[in-house]
Design a protein around this ligand. Structure first.
Ligand SMILES: Nc1ncnc2c1ncn2[C@@H]1O[C@H](COP(=O)(O)OP(=O)(O)OP(=O)(O)O)[C@@H](O)[C@H]1O
Length: 211
């Protein structure tokens, strides 16, 4: 289970999220929506271990996110900002497994899973569309065989086909616990087992949540 227990976190200017409790179990897709600036990305980064909480704890199957490295993978809103423009797509996808010295993925199979043709693997990011590059970012996340996936507005500005690919993949992985941040209400309703709303740094159950 990926758990935030009374987590307060933010930046130098102060706390952005306050005393947030959240649990994501394997097989669940927990959706988070809310106003711009309410703290969704900060929560995502804190759950991924990229921002240290100033209060409370985040645990991943009972361990700190740092100790559980490789267990959580994150896909960011902007695939351009999240990829090295000098690397080939193949290198981008395999970079985390290279760093962690874990077995590399079968690139051709993984590319097919996310809907990328093998010829794109030798290109660099500038030669891919935003949708293709976001598919590569999803492949990079899945290459790590994570138990938890944090998707921070992964489909913002993407076409319907890429959105459908990403969501279908996540929905079929019943071993994976997913935190999906999105402004796309129909997408959240279609994909999520639960939906929460972030408002000024605190979480509430969304009125349209299935549970
Ligand atoms: N790196 C940072 N340093 C300082 N303040 C930050 C940083 N990142 C975000 N903030 C501030 O934290 C607050 C919450 O931002 P956050 O990105 O978490 O919101 P959000 O709900 O994800 O917004 P959006 O829907 O627009 O992406 C904002 O006031 C923002 O200015």
């Amino acid at each position: 289970m990926l758990v935030a227990d009374s987590v307060t976190a933010g930046y130098r200017a102060g706390a952005v999220i306050r005393e947030v409790d959240l649990q994501v179990a394997p097989g669940e897709i927990v959706g988070i929506t809310g106003d711009s600036g309410s703290g969704k990305t900060t929560l995502a980064r804190t759950m991924a271990g990229l921002v240290a909480p100033s209060g409370g704890t985040v645990t991943v199957d009972g361990r700190s996110p740092r100790r559980a490295r490789g267990t959580i993978a994150m896909v960011f809103q902007s695939p351009r900002a999240a990829t090295n423009p000098h690397f080939t797509i193949a290198r981008i996808i395999t970079e985390p497994t290279t760093i962690s010295r874990t077995p590399p993925p079968d690139l051709t199979e993984l590319a097919a899973t996310v809907g990328l043709t093998p010829d794109l693997l030798t290109r660099r990011p500038h030669a891919l569309s935003d949708g293709q590059l976001q598919r590569a970012c999803l492949a990079r996340a899945l290459a790590q065989s994570p138990r938890y996936l944090i998707l921070d507005e992964p489909t913002a500005m993407l076409d319907a086909a890429t959105t459908a690919t990403i969501i279908r993949l996540v929905m079929h992985r019943t071993d994976l616990g997913t935190l999906l941040i999105s402004h796309d209400q129909p997408l959240l309703t279609a994909a999520c087992t639960r939906i929460l709303t972030m408002h000024e740094g605190t979480l509430k159950t969304h009125p349209e949540s299935p549970h």
